[in-house]
Design a protein around this ligand. Structure first.
Ligand SMILES: [Cu+2]
Length: 149
């Protein structure tokens, strides 16, 4: 009987896993002189086990870092994060003014309407690729207005 119970436990444990969905990815359009930009998205974990985002890479940037925005003495500063835990049945948002993906040393100019490949590397789910459209602040406003009328 004890063997049966431990077998059942083993089976149920092996079925517990994260299910990662990356939603609404986008990259901020920047002037041609700029060597940096930022990427944003929402990571949903529909699974019943937590997963950890270990890093992000992209063919358009030499260096890609995960940043958090923190307030220190009334000044907003960016701090590098080594990893970001995505708890089971929860989602974590990367958005302007919060957590974000920093694209450093851009290899090409990012114009509105371009698509940028982002490769998210998770501890358990492995590599997840998304295509993120490049959007300017102006376009955000237009979309915002569209949603209200
Ligand atoms: Cu940053």
């Amino acid at each position: 009987m004890r063997l049966l119970i431990s077998l059942m436990l083993l089976v149920s444990l092996s079925f517990a896993k994260p299910k990662i969905v990356v939603e609404e990815p986008w990259v901020r359009a920047v002037p041609p002189v700029s060597t940096m930009s930022a990427a944003f998205f929402e990571i949903e974990n529909e699974g019943d086990e937590a997963d950890t985002l270990l890093g992000v890479s992209s063919p358009v940037a030499e260096i890609v870092e995960m940043h958090a925005t923190v307030e220190e003495d009334g000044v907003m500063k960016m701090r590098r994060m080594e990893k970001v835990v995505i708890p089971a049945k929860e989602s974590v948002e990367f958005r302007p003014g919060g957590k974000h993906i920093m694209l450093i040393n851009l290899k090409r100019h990012l114009r509105p309407g371009d698509k940028v490949k982002l490769i998210l590397n998770f501890e358990k789910s492995g590599k997840v690729e998304v295509m993120a459209p490049v959007k300017g602040m102006h376009m955000d406003m237009e979309e915002h207005h569209k949603g209200h009328h």
